[in-house]
Design a protein around this ligand. Structure first.
Ligand SMILES: Cc1cc2nc3c(=O)[nH]c(=O)nc-3n(C[C@H](O)[C@H](O)[C@H](O)COP(=O)(O)O)c2cc1C
Length: 184
């Protein structure tokens, strides 16, 4: 996990929920962060796979995991990314969100990003991820991102997917600033 940022200003944090070192959902989350960086946001990525499993499961307290939760809490925009596992978000992502106290995401704009083996579980973005962030008070931007393996095969993202990423980042920029009282 990156160190907690010290300077003031809008902060966007990605929480990729895949344990894969070559994660496609993480790649898309980082693509959203890159777009937000172009719009003046500081960006950080929380590496959930590097956190202690016992701490993620709530069995023990752990400073590094606490810092990761705090980093998510310091963000004005949270990019929540996951592979589809069994028709919903990954258990790794769920464990991290279960460590957050009630209303922890109040006042934050959330971007929802998912990848799956096929299009069949596309609606889990709206039916599973949107309620996940709403249960903690987070407001998700209207446009969700979902992609399958063929769309991620090349070095360059397909134009339609890149355009959705542009729109999601633009929405998050506006909503995140507005919710933070930064002139929206
Ligand atoms: C345990 C497991 C369960 C999966 N379940 C689904 C599923 O229900 N629907 C789906 O479309 N893909 C499913 N997949 C495929 C992954 O969602 C797909 O490979 C995804 O793009 C991987 O994202 P990543 O590269 O970010 O890890 C599953 C993969 C694994 C390992």
């Amino acid at each position: 996990m990156a160190e907690r940022p010290r300077s003031a200003g809008p902060l966007a944090v990605a929480v990729p929920g895949s344990p894969s070192p070559t994660s496609g959902s993480r790649r898309l989350a980082e693509a959203v962060l890159a777009r937000l960086s172009d719009r003046g946001w500081r960006t950080e990525v929380i590496d959930l796979g590097a956190l202690a499993a016992d701490a993620l499961l709530g069995r023990v307290e752990d400073a590094t995991t606490g810092e990761a939760v705090a980093l998510a809490g310091a963000a004005q925009v949270l990019v929540v990314a996951t592979p589809m596992y069994r028709a919903t978000y990954s258990g790794l992502l769920k464990c991290f969100f279960d460590l957050m106290p009630p209303d922890y995401l109040a006042g934050k704009a959330c971007v929802l990003v998912a990848t799956g083996a096929a299009q069949g579980h596309l609606l889990a973005v709206d039916h599973a991820m949107r309620p996940l962030v709403a249960s903690l008070g987070g407001v998700s931007v209207a446009i969700g991102i979902y992609a399958t393996a063929p769309e991620l095969a090349g070095d360059t993202l397909p134009p339609a997917l890149a355009e959705r990423l542009d729109r999601a980042a633009a929405e998050a920029d506006r909503l995140g600033r507005a919710l933070a009282g930064d002139g929206g």
